[in-house]
Design a protein around this ligand. Structure first.
Ligand code: CP3
Length: 351
């Protein structure tokens, strides 16, 4: 088993595992070298390239887990809505899916169109040491829908937020269609060899507690149940959801991914001991000098405290202009300092 899977399940481990969101990406010169020769979509669609990029951060930093290089927007692609990555704008669709008619026309994802993802997974699994976990992922229905309905990234997301009140039935139909595709997609990733699934509800912070309960939570619960049927742990990253930790816990996921806006000590006291926490270093700490990074990492380890259910990560993705040395300091500090937080407790000594 891997440290990461053990931490998801609450097994005793000698130190805190670490990986970082967007670890396979633009801050790495070896990623930029491939990106200079291929466009982003070619990189996603070519299993040999995707596998190589997935392994780059593991080779350089010896993270405890690899996350498959892909994107949350491959699901819309398999629903007949391919996207383009536009410079300075981000991922954009040719047409927004923002009306009752366009939602009704939408197909449930044809997962066979995503075979290239499953091939990348098998390639990576063959190369990755057995003690490193391979993480598969999907966007949450709500977060994928924010891109589909707006047609791309958007500042205030007023179209999808308006739809919640002007045509909730159509929005629910969209969530239903997305959820069915996502469930098949994550199950197929598990068959191909991933050890853990992370669900990114990156745009959950646009919701109120009530609208989260209505338009995201029920679908997250179904996805979690489907992953758990396969006996694979699931991490829910619900960015901006710190005031609904009780609801997130009620999904029965194994791990809650936490953004940087709340101390882990507080989260732990709210959700209790039977669930693991992932996070939550402010990504901008990596712009600081070596001593500051070390101190911030140690403070975060202290904030979680003693125990085996912490997975070290940033509170969101790494920025593309972060210096490589900073990442090395981060990884070294977690590996050197975290064993102190894993000493045996009384029950383990006497059992
Ligand atoms: O290392 C990893 O974390 C795995 C790969 C990964 C990517 N995207 C690669 C990528 C993962 C897990 C994602 C998820 C993703 N994609 C999310 C949810 C998580 C999050 O970080 O919020 C979202 C909202 C997307 C949609 C998306 N794709 C955005 C907003 C962007 C960035 C646009 C920009 O120009 O900043 C992308 C492109 C993208 N996805 C890149 C990478 C490495 C950059 C591509 C490039 O220009 O080389």
């Amino acid at each position: 088993m891997s440290l990461l899977v053990d931490a998801c399940l609450g097994h005793s481990i000698p130190r805190t595992p670490i990986w970082i969101m967007r670890q396979a990406g633009r801050y790495l010169p070896e990623y930029q070298a491939i990106r200079g020769r291929h466009d982003f979509l070619t990189m996603l669609h070519t299993p040999e390239l995707a596998a190589k990029i997935t392994l780059q951060p593991i080779r350089r930093f010896d993270f405890d887990a690899a996350i498959i290089f892909s994107d949350i927007l491959v699901i819309p692609e398999a629903m007949g809505h391919p996207f383009q990555l536009k410079d300075g704008l981000g991922p954009c669709f040719e047409e927004a899916v923002d009306s009752c008619e366009s939602i009704e026309k939408l197909l449930v994802a044809d997962i066979t169109q995503l075979n290239y993802v499953f091939e990348s997974i098998s390639l990576v699994r063959n190369e990755l040491d057995k003690d490193k976990a391979l993480i598969g992922f999907s966007g949450a229905p709500w977060t994928i829908a924010t891109y589909l309905v707006e047609g791309g990234p958007h500042k205030d997301h007023r179209r999808i937020r308006g739809l919640m009140y002007s045509d909730p039935a159509s929005l629910s139909l969209l969530m239903e269609k997305l959820t069915r595709g996502i469930i098949e997609y994550v199950k197929e990733q598990i068959r191909a060899g991933v050890d853990v699934i992370q669900i990114f509800d990156t745009n959950a912070g646009l919701l109120t507690r009530n609208t989260f309960e209505r338009f995201s939570l029920p679908y997250l619960k179904r996805i979690v149940a489907a992953v758990k049927e396969e006996k694979v742990p699931v991490i829910l990253f619900v960015k901006g959801g710190n005031s609904w930790l009780d609801l997130i816990k009620s999904t029965n996921g194994d791990v809650i991914g936490i953004d940087w806006a709340i101390p882990l000590s507080e989260v732990r006291s709210i959700v209790g001991e039977n669930i693991s926490l992932q996070g939550n270093l402010d990504p901008t700490v990596l712009y600081a000098n070596r001593n500051t990074i070390r101190n911030e990492v140690i403070e975060l380890l202290k904030s979680y405290g003693t125990g085996h259910r912490h997975i070290f990560n940033l509170g969101h993705g790494i920025f593309p202009d972060v210096p490589l040395d900073a990442v090395q300091v981060l990884v070294d500090t977690v590996k050197e300092e975290s064993p102190k937080f894993h000493f045996l407790d009384k029950d383990e000594i006497f059992s």
